[in-house]
Design a protein around this ligand. Structure first.
Ligand SMILES: [Zn+2]
Length: 815
């Protein structure tokens, strides 16, 4: 369901800008990874997700131990442990490599298992990815090595510097360099980077640093490395072991301008504690009541399934003889009052009998001639359903035939497992947004910010509330805030997943998904599976989803990334789709935590083959990049925290594939410039840290509003130029374009007038800026540029009738 091509979006919206400012803007941008900021690991599976273990295949599972005596006991069983041993509040956590059968045996022996970290199926997916990745990178490396062989006879080096970024983070000054060497696939020699010590100084005077090979899945990608420096270098040089050289200008990553963007008397810092979804909604309702002229509460069209569950119990400890019970009523509507007793009648030859007294259910188990209990789990289940079916339904454990004889047990109370106070509604929950703007009729440019798709991420909602308050409380006295509120239509939805959010606060702090149970009584629908239920709301959308064959989401109802039964199956997701469908919305921010990432589409790829969702054109990506540097600089103002180059870029590059995520739906289905924050360093940090993260990312969110406003008011036309350098091929020259601001360049090489149907100048490669065109000496290039909002260079009419576009006949440059 990804039918909107970038081409048609271009024609309808003329949105895309281009960071063809190769000489300046693009080099400010990003690198895929540096030594100081490794790629994040994929998130671990849902806790206690033991249901997905294969009986005979090994998986990596946490074992939670009370102390070292229990650890010794575990080791004595001969179980396969990896090297991970961590001491936590709950005891010692180790990683065991075990089959489902071994887990069952060890559980019977009294050991407690935690998260499933890795299964055989996970491993098979990784292997498929690996094969595809190796093939693609090896091919690219061969191509470069071949090109370098040709150019060794001319002026083109076998080493190229991809990027050199200087930045400060806290008190530290850092230089991050990435370069590609033609021999990098086969030769592991590090490259040495020589630095100068500032403008006009000798290269080498600032010292040197080594950068080492980045090899992923067996394929060489490039050399990279970041090192602390004591002064800001202007230029760096790399001489390859084979004698090729490259020199590059050092670019400033996230420079902080002197001027404060906020006027005098600007107020901020409006959050004093974490807020539950109920409290978040109360807060925005109070704000809208206080500022009715410039805001209103909008109840989104779909209510959640509610913070509520049936009351449940699992009786017994051995799977074959376990009896699971669910109340017919919701827990809070009587289910929690039910208790079930499995009684040994204490007489010989007793029949199986069920007695219901109010909400108390007593099962008298059958006995044989010697008085031994003989009722199996299957028989007890049938008797309960026949005699107590108005109160409860019973079932054998996770598809077991129930052939085991049950153990007598004292009355067991059923429970919905929910412990939030009564102030948290147990009904289907409305989801609210606050809409801020002087004109809220759709006539102004729309911007959307939404948080807490993932329940356990407690800081992102605070960022949205803080931002709402800054806008409303500064409106009366701050001219720049007034410009935003008067001219934008700002939608802020602080908690998309309130049920999961409440569950995370009151019952299970690691809850990621919503609370809806899509497991069956045959799988993990029983009481013991309840912390693993739910749909990952950031995998249930319509574009490049699991259902379209994309990677990074699961069909398992207990997986941390369960995509749900179908696209938009969940009310939470339909609400986001509704928000995104507001026709004036052109910019959005999806706030998550953690990791200090800043990302955009594509967010998914298919495996095997690692075929990504379509990349934005260089034109489109330039707006992402250009705005990113502004937004990240605003974040950095608060306490000099740098979101690193390695953590900025398309989701699929800097994190991992996330099929069916909301950012991709907003970008591919609705053409919204859709960003994603991963705020901070953990899901629920200590308050001082949570507060600081709220302040810095609210700076970033406000800056996104300024980006949107500038997008709306930009009337300045871009200008562009063409530069010509020597080519490695006789009779040819290399040509690149640069532009005065993020803008797209369309060009022809056949002397025809350029139009929107002409060739769009593209990027050289992922994160590498504008491509180099190699053309015959004497070619006449015709071109024009157009910026993100459709301003055309020199007011040229690209409909085939204009004449005042750029043209240049390229000559051989002087050597
Ligand atoms: Zn998240």
């Amino acid at each position: 369901m990804s039918e909107l091509s970038t081409g048609s979006r271009w024609r309808h919206r003329i949105p895309a800008s281009t960071a063809l400012a190769v000489a300046t803007a693009v080099l400010l941008l990003v690198s895929p990874a540096t030594a100081i900021a490794p790629r994040a690991a994929a998130p671990s599976a849902a806790p206690a997700d033991l249901g997905r273990l294969a009986e005979e295949k090994a998986s990596v599972v946490e074992v939670v131990l009370a102390g070292s005596a229990e650890l010794d006991a575990l080791v004595a069983t001969g179980v396969d442990l990896d090297h991970h041993v961590s001491h936590t509040e709950d005891g010692i956590v180790v990683h065991a490599v075990v089959t489902g059968n071994e887990v069952a045996t060890l559980t019977r022996a009294g050991f407690t298992f935690g998260n499933v970290l890795h299964t055989a199926a996970d491993a098979a997916d990784r292997v498929a990815e690996r094969e595809a990745t190796i093939a693609a990178h090896l091919a690219a490396n061969q191509e470069f090595a071949a090109a370098a062989t040709v150019s060794a006879r001319s002026t083109v080096s076998d080493v190229k510097i991809i990027r050199a970024d200087y930045y400060t983070s806290g008190e530290t000054q850092v230089l991050s360099v990435e370069a590609k060497w033609a021999q990098g696939q086969t030769d592991s020699t590090p490259l040495t980077v020589e630095r100068d010590s500032g403008p006009g100084t000798e290269i080498g005077s600032g010292g040197t640093q080594n950068i080492s090979r980045f090899v992923d899945a067996g394929a060489y990608l490039y050399h990279r490395g970041a090192e602390q420096v004591t002064s800001r270098p202007a230029y760096v040089r790399i001489t390859s072991p084979t004698g090729g050289t490259a020199v590059a200008k050092v670019n400033q990553w996230l420079p902080i301008p002197d001027k404060d963007p906020e006027g005098p008397g600007y107020m901020k810092d409006f959050v004093a504690s974490y807020l539950t979804p109920t409290e978040l909604y109360d807060r925005i309702k109070a704000l809208a009541a206080q500022y009715p002229k410039i805001s209103e509460i909008v109840e989104l069209p779909y209510q959640t399934n509610g913070y509520r569950r049936q009351a449940q119990a699992v009786l017994g400890t051995v799977n074959a003889s376990r009896v699971a019970v669910d109340s017919v009523a919701w827990g809070h509507q009587g289910g929690n009052d039910i208790a079930v007793e499995l009684a040994d009648p204490g007489v010989v030859d007793a029949p199986l009998a069920v007695t219901v007294t109010g909400s108390q259910v007593r099962v008298d188990l059958a006995t044989d001639g010697s008085g031994t209990v003989t009722s199996t789990a299957g028989q007890v289940v049938a008797a309960l359903n026949a005699q107590a079916g108005t109160l409860l339904r019973a079932y054998t454990y996770r598809g077991s035939p129930g052939a085991g004889v049950v153990a007598p047990a004292a009355p067991a109370a059923l429970s919905d497992g929910l412990s939030a106070p009564p102030s948290v509604s147990r009904d289907p929950h409305p989801v609210y947004a606050i809409r801020i703007g002087k004109h809220r009729d759709g006539s102004k440019l729309g911007v959307l910010a939404y948080a807490q798709e993932h329940a356990r991420e407690w800081v992102p909602p605070l960022v949205t509330v803080e931002t709402a308050e800054r806008l409303l409380r500064n409106y009366a006295h701050d001219r720049k805030t007034r410009q935003l509120v008067d001219n934008l239509d700002i939608w802020i939805a602080p908690s998309i997943n309130p049920d999961g959010g409440h569950y995370s606060f009151y019952d299970f702090n690691s809850q990621r998904k919503n609370m809806t149970n899509h497991c069956t009584t045959q799988s993990s629908g029983d009481f013991l599976g309840r912390n693993s239920w739910g749909v990952d709301n950031n995998r249930n959308y319509t574009e490049y989803s699991l259902f379209d064959g994309y990677s990074g989401a699961s069909t398992s109802c207990t997986s941390g990334t369960y995509a749900g039964p179908s696209e938009l199956s969940e009310p939470e997701n339909r609400n986001v789709d509704w928000l995104a469908a507001r026709p004036n919305v052109k910019f959005s921010m999806n706030l998550h935590s953690s990791g200090n990432y800043f990302m955009w589409s594509p967010g998914s790829y298919a495996t095997p083959g690692r075929v990504s969702a379509p990349r934005p054109t260089l034109a489109e990506e330039s707006l992402f990049w250009g705005a990113s540097s502004r937004i990240l600089t605003a974040i950095k103002r608060h306490r000099n925290l740098a979101v690193t180059p390695a953590r900025t870029g398309p989701i699929a590059d800097v994190l991992y594939s996330a099929a069916g995520n909301s950012g991709d739906m907003l970008w591919y289905k609705y053409g919204i410039y859709a960003w994603n924050f991963e705020v901070g360093t953990s899901f629920q940090p200590a308050w001082d840290e949570a507060h600081a993260e709220t302040m810095e990312f609210s700076n970033g969110l406000v800056e996104m509003l300024r980006v949107a406003r500038d997008f709306d008011t930009d009337r300045k036309k871009p200008s562009s130029s063409l530069s010509v350098t020597a080519s490695g091929t006789p009779g040819m020259v290399d040509v690149t374009f640069s532009t005065s601001e993020p803008a797209a360049v369309f060009y022809t090489l056949d002397r025809s007038r350029p139009t929107y149907e002409s060739t769009l100048y593209g990027s050289a490669g992922i994160r590498e800026g504008g491509e180099t065109l190699t053309v015959p000496v004497g070619t006449t290039v015709h071109w024009f540029s157009v910026d993100a909002v459709g301003n055309v260079e020199k007011n040229y009419k690209p409909d085939g009738r204009g004449n005042n576009h750029n043209k240049k006949k390229v000559k051989a440059p002087r050597r």
